[in-house]
Design a protein around this ligand. Sequence first.
Ligand SMILES: Cc1cc2nc3c(=O)[nH]c(=O)nc-3n(C[C@H](O)[C@H](O)[C@H](O)COP(=O)(O)OP(=O)(O)OC[C@H]3O[C@@H](n4cnc5c(N)ncnc54)[C@H](O)[C@@H]3O)c2cc1C
Length: 450
Amino acid sequence: MATNNCDVVVIGLGPGGEATATALAQAGLSVVGIDERLVGGECPYFGCIPSKMIIRAADALAEGRRIGDLAGSSEVRPDWAPVATRIRDEATDDWDDKVAVDRLEDAGVRFVRGHARLAGPRTVEVDGQRFEAARGVVLNPGTAPAAPPIDGLADTPYWSNREVLRIESLPASLAVIGGGAIGAEIAQAVSRFGVRVTVLEVADRILAPEEPEASALVADVFGKEGIQVLSEVKIASVSYDDGHFSLDLGGTTVEADKLLVAAGRKPNLDELGLDTVGLDPSARSVEVDERMRAGEGLWAIGDVTGKGAFTHMSMYQSAVAVRDILDQDGPTADYRAVPRVTFTDPEVGSVGMTEKQARDAGLNVRVGLTDLSASARGWIAKAEGLVKLVEDADRGVLVGATAVGPSGGEILSMLTTAVHAEVPTATLKSMIYAYPTFHRAVEDALGKLA
Ligand SMILES: Cc1cc2nc3c(=O)[nH]c(=O)nc-3n(C[C@H](O)[C@H](O)[C@H](O)COP(=O)(O)OP(=O)(O)OC[C@H]3O[C@@H](n4cnc5c(N)ncnc54)[C@H](O)[C@@H]3O)c2cc1C
């Protein structure tokens, strides 16, 4: 086997891996970047970008339908063709990563396409080549769609995110297993194009990791838009016959033309040779310290670290790992203020702890909750939403916050600053909030902390 020497090997070029390889090469190191699929990972081809293009289109339809209430009359006739074209041509280059590979190589990275495995400390093998990395190896292998062990499911042609984001036409009906962020976003978006949608969730509410008030509000909007939401379901079996799916819920049956499974992700760790560096290949995540070190000459970033499966987390951890590899000063990883946004309409933006997490952590909690219509902007826009603040009363700082509304993810920015920088609640109360903005609801929620 041919052996090559380099400074760093990056396995998996998701958002963080691509950024890491690029930054290290630009800093003068000799870097090998390896990916078996597409450079850029899940986000640009099968995740964030195409899903948000669909949501942008669906929001336009919803806005058109609001004209009747506000400004006269409108007739909205949805057409999926521009959405499919935009995803294929603008977002993904027909699922071709040439531009990303060129960008990587222009930055000085040696790119290898193939499945990489660790073969001991600082050693990687890919397609008959061995790389000895003097400084070490960065792991960014990400995750793949997972399916729950439901009887019959594996034998059906169900969709995961990788198929649903490539469809050229819409079905008449869609069942969605999983009411988390991915399932909820796609469910609402395609429903606005006229698809009859049923969401099946095993937990007692959709968006289960979020505040219960946020879940209830989104479920209520889904109901008003005609999306059927079934919570606490147990799916006994799934079958497929004559172009139709049938989901047996033990007594009742849900029928649909297509089935999307959005019920979790599987870390790409089992075929990575983790055992050769003393790590457990069957673990759900790779344990890392605050510098993203997973061992001697080994770093891990992105979804597999279990700190939050978000593109911004992958990029954040990349910056931390790059500083460590280059021996540069700078902040280490801090997860107190991780922001997350579910791009339903209304959007759910949240940061830090939920009320329950704060109480479970033993904090002396005060909560402030307000309706978005408490802001004049919310009332004018006839917007549905809320702001919920979670304060550590002993320290007088926010430890968590949720903003649900038309711009929930944008209102979140000031709340993320507050949680991250531990801005005293008293200071937040003393600020001036522009009129009439959605974020004036934050001021109202601060006044309600109790
Ligand atoms: C439908 C959907 C919507 C999403 N929306 C958002 C959103 O709005 N905002 C957000 O922040 N996040 C979103 N995410 C999550 C986001 O896509 C991921 O968190 C992000 O891609 C970061 O993942 P990562 O860096 O861990 O690696 P990934 O993006 O998963 O990339 C890992 C790469 O490693 C490669 N690889 C794996 N194993 C090997 C190996 N052994 N050898 C060679 N290559 C290997 C893979 O081919 C892949 O290219 C969404 C995800 C989905 C599925």
